[in-house]
Design a protein around this ligand. Structure first.
Ligand SMILES: *Cc1c(COP(=O)(O)O)cnc(C)c1O
Length: 230
């Protein structure tokens, strides 16, 4: 049994426990294997272990990996900061873009999606930490952005993504996760047409258990699954 398989078993057990404790359904929670800075060989081990959805943060790196793997049974999610000039590639290669944080970027993704006749699924990235260093936006801006996005025919808004400031104690993430859930529910209550606020992408290696307790539907796990990045 390889190490990634063992890691995944541990993660799956912990997710089951957290879900059970908070009466969540397991099928509502997706593990995204964050494979940025990991080799294709490592990704293949992940596939063997049972991972089907992978997260990448750098467009160029992802494009070359996805092209050389050429496996259309996998789902690729873009989780890094996206520059408008790379939107074309993000639309071509990714099923879900987690990091839409400006109207300009949304408009560019919509334009590129229109060109290839795709309805691009996206999440709005929220700046919950108010840390200037992390890209993202606040709740009211997020709601306004959601309204604007709803008018783009080639975008399908599915929820929000967020990242608490790093802490060694996962309990410190809890208040940020609660806040993200409130933002998601707030936007949901506005009844904005043609969006579905279903997904909460939150929780990483460090704090995914707490994230699930607080309603996460997508946990983005890198280090705990694949080991240290190069
Ligand atoms: C790298 C990254 C992750 C994975 O982080 P780990 O701590 O290795 O699990 C998750 N989300 C985003 C946005 C990332 O950039």
């Amino acid at each position: 049994m390889n190490r990634i398989k063992e890691n995944l078993e541990i993660i799956n057990n912990e997710i089951s426990n957290s879900a059970e404790q908070t009466k969540r359904k397991l099928e509502d929670i997706t593990i995204i294997g964050v494979s940025k800075k990991h080799s294709i060989e490592t990704i293949h081990k992940g596939i063997k272990a049972g991972i089907k959805t992978f997260g990448e943060s750098y467009v160029n790196e992802a494009v070359s990996k996805i092209d050389s793997m050429n496996d259309n049974t996998l789902s690729w999610h873009f989780i890094g900061h996206l520059q408008s000039n790379k939107a074309k590639f993000a639309v071509k290669y990714f099923d879900l873009i987690h990091s839409v944080d400006t109207l300009k970027l949304a408009a560019e993704i919509n334009k590129q999606a229109q060109k290839i006749n795709k309805k691009q699924a996206i999440l709005i990235q929220i700046n919950i930490s108010e840390e200037k260093s992390k890209s993202g936006i606040n709740a009211e801006e997020a709601c306004l952005l959601a309204r604007n996005i709803s008018s783009f025919e080639n975008l399908s808004l599915k929820g929000i993504m967020g990242m608490p400031p790093f802490s060694h104690d996962p309990e410190n993430s809890r208040k940020y996760f609660k806040n993200l859930k409130e933002i998601k529910e707030y936007i949901d209550k506005q009844n904005i047409p043609s969006i579905t606020m279903k997904h909460l992408s939150m929780g990483m290696s460090q704090d995914y258990k707490v994230a699930i307790e607080e309603g996460s539907t997508m946990v983005r796990i890198g280090t705990k699954l694949f080991g240290q990045r190069q």
